[in-house]
Design a protein around this ligand. Structure first.
Ligand SMILES: CCC[C@@H]1OC(=O)[C@@H](C)C[C@H](C)CCCCC(=O)CCC[C@@H](CC)/C=C/C=C(\COC)CC[C@@H](O)[C@@H](O)C[C@H](O)CNC1=O
Length: 155
């Protein structure tokens, strides 16, 4: 159980350290190639959610994040115990939500820096918290489907 919170804290720490490094080492808009025409580090700020939707709606973001975090903690204490995979997924989601919440609270914007080009498509610039959220969503769906399959077979 405690492991899940440890995993969340570790990811939050990585998220906050990487964001802090980007703010001190790079100017906004500066781009550093990591893998040419695929992966760049671009210092970016976003006052909205994914794809820059809802710019500046901080109050909305605070409310929805508190609801998401409350739900995740409740679910962690009920489902997390039985199913390890679900627990890890919830821990990833918790870390991502809190990571961006810290930015919204103290910076009033989110620091993004992972700039990927998939073919000619330039994927929106994101951060460790976003990656944790996205992987958490995918892992949660897989864990839930696996759980259902197991229960069907058990019958
Ligand atoms: C990852 C969720 C976005 C994250 O939500 C959060 O913080 C949560 C905890 C709070 C939000 C206020 C509520 C969720 C809104 C729903 C949403 O948005 C649907 C998204 C689907 C998602 C599949 C899960 C796609 C993925 C996109 C991106 C991430 O790709 C890895 C692009 C990220 C870039 O646009 C970057 O500028 C975003 C910036 O960092 C702020 N981040 C957020 O708002």
């Amino acid at each position: 159980m405690i492991w899940f919170y440890g995993l969340s804290l570790l990811i939050i720490a990585i998220d906050q350290i990487t964001k802090w490094l980007v703010t001190v080492l790079m100017d906004v808009g500066e781009q550093v190639p990591v893998v040419d025409s695929f992966l760049y580090l671009t210092s970016h700020r976003n006052e909205g959610a994914a794809w820059g939707i809802l710019q500046g709606q901080m109050t909305f973001f605070y409310i929805i994040t508190v609801i998401i975090v409350a739900f995740l903690i409740y679910y962690l204490h009920t489902q997390g115990k039985e199913n390890k995979a679900t627990g890890v997924a919830l821990a990833l989601l918790l870390a991502g939500a809190i990571g961006n919440f810290i930015d919204r609270l103290f910076r009033k914007e989110v620091v993004d820096f992972v700039d990927m080009y998939i073919g000619s498509y330039n994927y929106p610039i994101f951060n460790v918290a976003d990656a944790s959220l996205t992987i958490g969503v995918i892992l949660f769906l897989i864990a839930t489907l696996m759980e259902e399959k197991k229960q069907k077979e058990a019958k």
